[in-house]
Design a protein around this ligand. Structure first.
Ligand code: NAD
Ligand code: AHE
Ligand code: ZN
Length: 379
């Protein structure tokens, strides 16, 4: 098939708030610096649903969503040297170009390589065109540089993290977004220390990965907050020491945490909801003098955060993270190795499994149900 278009099945997002449409599409061969992959498994992240719901200012239709996947390289374009057909890769929406001229890749302070960010945000490959066509020959947009709700997709070489071939792709896919993000927010963005206190708002896969990362970092108090009490059992299993149903309180949750559960607030707090009121509560329950609050959740278009500047004057720090600060091509293979050696269990995030790319709408329903952490679709 190398060098030729491939016809395959894909779930196309035709319009906001509509179910995905199962279609036969054409995937063009990879151009220079690109890689065409067969998607083996794709997990659903809340961000896919957020974009499908029309809440993403960069959301485009028609497009192929999906960005948490395990893939096998089918063919490579001109000049590609870091992967070859048959290699197992995790697509990474935050690429790593590694160029000596890239001040972001060269800096230890960030993972935000901007090499292809502009075209990625427009749903296009770096040359400004798309590799997907529908049955009428009309173009379909890419998404987050991944578009993994298709049996085949095309990625930039700099978005491909090559991993151990013995890792099961229907589990390793989780390192493509949510689990890595939660762990990295704790380890890289906040550098949580032994004996710290932590509050986590939102107990989906991202929030639970924050708990897992905090427990591994030696945090001694981990407060888990959600509005869905069904989430508390998993949170406790992961290491939460306290659970809070914020709908049951007679005062703002930040006052309950800084006042009742702790004297002055927590050393570190994390928003894993995308709700700007929750982001404020997370900042305001951080410890006077030094507490740090990290925004992980993605807020809907037009929503903005606010607090009294006094919260910052009195020593709280507001920060955020993308992909947990991991430099993707360097770090994802290492996370997979830790998983394979048994030091970083992640199987418990997979609560639902479906077969065939057409199972993606069922996976979306599962993530809406409130019982789901990650729904993995095996193609
Ligand atoms: P999810 O839908 O599985 O989980 C969200 C959780 O938040 C649910 O348990 C829900 O009950 C809870 N919640 C909702 N409103 C709440 C409230 N007011 N107070 C407390 N809890 C509340 O989502 P996920 O896949 O775990 O993703 C979480 C967020 O992180 C999303 O906004 C997603 O877009 C974002 N995200 C960001 C990055 C990044 O790099 N920054 C990466 C992955 C996901
Ligand atoms: N496109 C949106 C923002 C979406 C967003 O913030 N995405 C997160 C990743 S969510 C993964 O599930 C992110 O890391 N963004 C950094 C980046 O470069 O996109 C908007 O507001 O336009
Ligand atoms: Zn995601």
């Amino acid at each position: 098939t190398a060098g030729k278009p491939i016809e395959c099945k894909a779930m196309v997002a035709r319009a906001a708030k509509q179910p995905l449409s199962l279609e036969t599409i054409t995937v063009d061969p990879p151009k220079a610096g690109e890689v065409r992959v067969k998607v083996i498994a794709n997990a659903l992240c809340h961000t896919d649903i957020y974009t499908l719901d029309g809440l993403d200012p960069e959301g485009l239709f028609p497009s192929i969503l999906g960005h948490e996947a395990g893939c096998i390289v089918e063919s490579v374009g001109e000049g590609v040297t870091s992967v070859k057909p048959g290699d197992h890769v995790i697509p990474c929406y935050t690429p790593q170009c590694c160029s000596a001229q890239c001040i972001f890749c060269q800096s230890p302070k960030t993972n935000l390589c901007p090499a292809i960010r502009a075209s990625q945000g427009k749903g296009l490959m770096p040359d400004g065109t798309t590799r997907f066509k529908d049955a009428d020959g009309k173009p379909i947009y890419h998404f987050m540089g991944c578009s993994t709700m298709s049996e085949y997709t095309v990625l930039a070489e700099i978005s491909c993290a090559k991993i151990d071939e013995s890792a099961p792709l229907d589990r390793a896919c989780l390192f493509g977004c949510g689990v890595s993000t939660g762990l990295g927010a704790v380890w890289n963005t906040c550098k949580v220390e032994v004996n710290s206190s932590v509050a986590v708002f939102g107990l989906g896969a991202v929030g639970l990965a924050v708990i897992q990362g905090a427990k591994m970092a030696g945090a001694s108090k981990i407060i888990a907050v959600d509005i869905n009490p069904k989430k508390f059992e998993a949170a406790k299993k992961m290491g939460a020491t306290d659970t809070v149903d914020s709908t049951k309180l007679d005062k703002p949750v930040q006052q309950h945490i800084a006042g009742e559960l702790t004297q002055w607030g927590v050393d570190y707090s994390f928003d894993c909801t995308g709700n700007v009121q929750v982001m404020r509560a997370a900042l305001e329950c951080a410890h006077r003098g030094w507490g740090e609050s990290c925004v992980i959740g993605v807020a809907a278009s037009g929503h903005e955060i606010s607090t009294r500047p006094f919260q910052l004057v009195t020593g709280r720090v507001w920060k955020g993270t993308a992909f947990g600060g991991f430099k993707s091509r360097r770090d994802v293979p290492l996370l997979v190795n830790r998983y394979m050696s048994g030091q970083l269990p992640i199987d418990h995030y997979v609560t639902h499994e479906f077969d065939g790319v057409q199972g993606t709408n069922d996976a979306i329903d599962a993530l809406h149900s409130g019982d789901c952490l990650r729904a993995v679709v095996k193609y």
